[in-house]
Each structure stands twice: as C-alpha cells, then as structure tokens.
Design a protein around this ligand. Sequence first.
Ligand SMILES: CC(C)(COP(=O)(O)OP(=O)(O)OC[C@H]1O[C@@H](n2cnc3c(N)ncnc32)[C@H](O)[C@@H]1OP(=O)(O)O)[C@@H](O)C(=O)NCCC(=O)NCCS
Length: 115
Amino acid sequence: MEFYETCSDGFIVAEINRVVKGYIVGFMGSEETGRIFSLAVDPEFQNRKIGSLLLKEMIDVFRKARAGEIILEVRESNTKAERFYERHGFYRIGIAREYYNNGENAKLMKLNIGK
Ligand SMILES: CC(C)(COP(=O)(O)OP(=O)(O)OC[C@H]1O[C@@H](n2cnc3c(N)ncnc32)[C@H](O)[C@@H]1OP(=O)(O)O)[C@@H](O)C(=O)NCCC(=O)NCCS
C-alpha cells in the first residue's frame, strides 16, 4: 500500500477475467533512476509473456517520468529471472552482498533507456 500511495503509476497488475495473475512494482529512486522493486507472475501462468508485458509497461512509465536508467536486484540463485531481464536488455553492473534476509547476494542489473 505504501508503494501504491507514493507512486501509483508504478504499481501495475495483469488480470485475466478480473483475477490478478501478475504484478510489477516500481518507483523513482532518484530523478534519473527508475527502480524495480518486485515482479512476479502466477507460476501457472508463466511463459506466456505476461512478465514481458508488465516489464514493458513499467519501462514506459519510467520513460514518461524521464528516467535515464532502470536498476533492479535479482537473487544470485534466480537464473531464470536473470535471463529474462537480459532478454529485455538489462546487464549486470555489480553485486549487493547479503541483500536478502536469508543472507543471499543480489545481482544488480541495469537498463539504459535514454531520454
Ligand atoms: C521472471 C518472471 C516474472 C517472468 O514472467 P513470465 O510471464 O514467465 O515471462 P515471459 O513469459 O515474458 O518470459 C519468460 C520465459 O518464457 C519464455 N517464453 C515466453 N513465451 C513463450 C512461449 N510462447 N513458448 C515458450 N517459451 C516462452 C521466454 O523465452 C522466457 O524464457 P527465458 O527468460 O528463460 O529465456 C516469472 O518467471 C516469475 O514470476 N518468477 C518468479 C518471481 C521472480 O523471479 N521475479 C523476479 C525477481 S527480481
């Protein structure tokens, strides 16, 4: 709710027959930088481009907000999500050590979207 209240444009859901099957949450981390906080698709509905559609919508929101880049974190073990983001043009820029509660590292990924 905090994300929705502070940046409702960055809170997008994908519905099928009015049931939410996926969502993405993003916000402007600074004037220049869009941040993706969370993205997930119902496992039964993955691999149908719902994730791609949500990500594209989010990128549009950041373009309209005049961001020059988008940054996100992905679990080191989550190779599926890393490949997914790479297919959408993101590349690795570093590691955030022990980023997650269980002590797992995050890979930092970035997409340049220009102005
Ligand atoms: C990552 C995630 C959001 C992707 O969502 P999705 O709806 O499955 O995404 P898409 O369908 O657009 O693409 C996913 C994969 O399916 C493949 N795909 C898409 N359409 C396809 C089709 N018609 N036939 C076969 N494969 C297809 C894509 O090539 C892609 O493969 P790859 O990324 O392994 O190369 C989803 O897997 C998920 O919710 N994962 C769990 C949560 C998570 O990891 N979130 C990210 C944390 S930062």
